[in-house]
Design a protein around this ligand. Structure first.
Ligand SMILES: [Mn+2]
Length: 437
């Protein structure tokens, strides 16, 4: 992504800040996995969105003055260059390049934050930061405010108003711009290729981790280094475990395989699920349940359009799933009563989707002033109904251990919805013919 995208976002962000305010956004921090070994580093998505700066141990500060035409300044605190450490862990960006390449107006060593930030806070009225998100960061902010408060008798004043950063930033992030959508479409495209590969090899594979390996192979070969989340490769009864990530079970002919996998491109996530028979041919029971989920998903996608609210796809999905379960005699009674009693929850215990973006479960409030959010062009989300039938004594054994989810990534357009993962087969006939081919 072009560095200009980030500077445009900063301008828009600072336009929204109140006069005489500061915003503080910490970078992600490295997490210990075991002794001195770290997990793969992932940048904090708010920090990334405004800076594009890739290193941990950094803090972005945005300062907006009192003046009417203030555009604001970006001050970065980051790691210092260090020849000895860089020999072990790679080149650091340092203060100079933070300004020349990343566009910071000023850059200071991260060690100087406790000295510099109280100076910048003095006299400033409003503070934006991710309130209550991380206890250590809350404590650091309180410490800086406290340092200013100790000096009030010298005439300094500390910020008196604190506002959640999300009130500006997450509203911005909810509507994707063209360069963001291009990244998301790239991530979705690579994930579709990986799913196709999984469909192709599953008839000869004997274990879930062989499928997992094929997914990773396509991701990496396509230049995408990071998954958006741990892939779920769940065969047979494992598909009824919603967040199954062991991926070590055997693949048995005649069972269904549920694969929920998505890669990240330039930080942007994709999140796609397909379910198909390991032998390439749906049994009558698998097909019957699958058609119900597919019909629910198509109805859910049709409910995604400007003017409709967030929960409408879920409401439509619940109705189609409940009707389907009644038709198949898995549930008995009137559809309205079953919906009212939430009888479907035994087979469909999750929501129909979530926002998608820099985070796989992206930021953005689902309700505004207690009412469901209205869809607007540029929002991106998943639509992912499912049905999961475990060994329930009140259900005929022929339905047992069938777990199905169908998930696509959807963009709200001016007139309706665009399915970004449209290319990946999902109709019964399409899947069967794809697996034959
Ligand atoms: Mn999802």
């Amino acid at each position: 992504m072009n560095m200009r995208c980030f500077s445009e976002r900063r301008s828009r962000f600072m336009e929204e800040m109140k006069p005489n305010s500061l915003a503080l956004i910490p970078a992600g921090s490295e997490q210990l996995r075991d002794r001195d070994i770290h997990y793969v580093f992932h940048q904090n998505s708010d920090f990334h969105y405004l800076t594009g700066y890739p290193e941990p141990q950094a803090l972005a500060l945005f300062q907006k003055g009192k003046g009417k035409n203030e555009t604001g300044r970006w001050i970065l605190f980051n790691l210092k260059k260090d020849e000895v450490i860089e020999r072990w862990t790679g080149t650091r960006i340092g203060q100079e390049k933070a300004c020349s390449f990343y566009g910071a107006d000023e850059a200071h060593a991260i060690e100087d934050q406790d000295e510099e930030i109280p100076k910048l806070m003095a006299g400033c009225q409003t503070l934006y930061y991710p309130i209550g998100v991380s206890e250590p960061f809350d404590r650091r902010v309180n410490g800086w405010v406290h340092t200013v408060e100790k000096q009030v008798r010298t005439g300094l004043s500390a910020p008196s108003v604190r506002i959640a950063l999300s009130s500006i930033l997450h509203e911005m992030r909810l509507i994707k711009t063209a360069p963001e959508l291009a990244c998301m479409q790239k991530a979705v495209g690579v994930s579709c290729l990986a799913h196709e590969r999984a469909m192709r090899v599953c008839q000869s594979a004997t274990s879930e981790f062989q499928i997992h390996a094929e997914l990773m192979r396509v991701f990496m070969e396509s230049g995408c280094r990071h998954v958006a989340y741990e892939p779920i490769v769940a065969s047979g009864e494992n598909a009824c475990i919603l967040h199954y990530t062991e991926n070590t079970g055997p693949l048995k002919s005649g069972e269904l395989l549920l694969v929920d996998a998505g890669v990240e491109f330039e930080g942007y996530a994709s999140d796609i699920t397909r379910t198909y028979p390991t032998n390439g041919k749906f049994s009558p029971e698998q097909k019957a349940l699958y058609e119900v989920v597919l019909e629910a998903q198509q109805a859910g996608i049709a409910a995604v359009k400007p003017g409709n609210h967030w929960n409408q796809p879920h409401e439509v999905v619940i109705r189609v799933l409940t009707e389907g379960l009644v038709d198949l005699k898995i549930l008995q009674g009137s559809v309205d009563t079953l919906i009212e009693q939430k009888s479907y929850e035994k087979f469909y215990p999750h929501q129909t989707g979530h926002w998608l973006g820099l985070n796989v479960h992206d930021v953005g409030a689902y309700k505004v002033d207690e009412a469901w959010r209205i869809f607007k062009a540029g929002m991106t989300l998943t639509v992912e109904p499912g049905l999961y039938v475990k060994c329930e004594p009140e259900v005929l054994p022929k339905w047992w251990n069938i777990g199905i989810r169908i998930e696509d990534d959807v963009l709200v357009t001016e007139t309706g919805a665009l399915v970004m993962s449209e290319a990946l087969p999902k109709k019964v006939a399409d899947i069967e013919s794809f697996m034959r081919g």
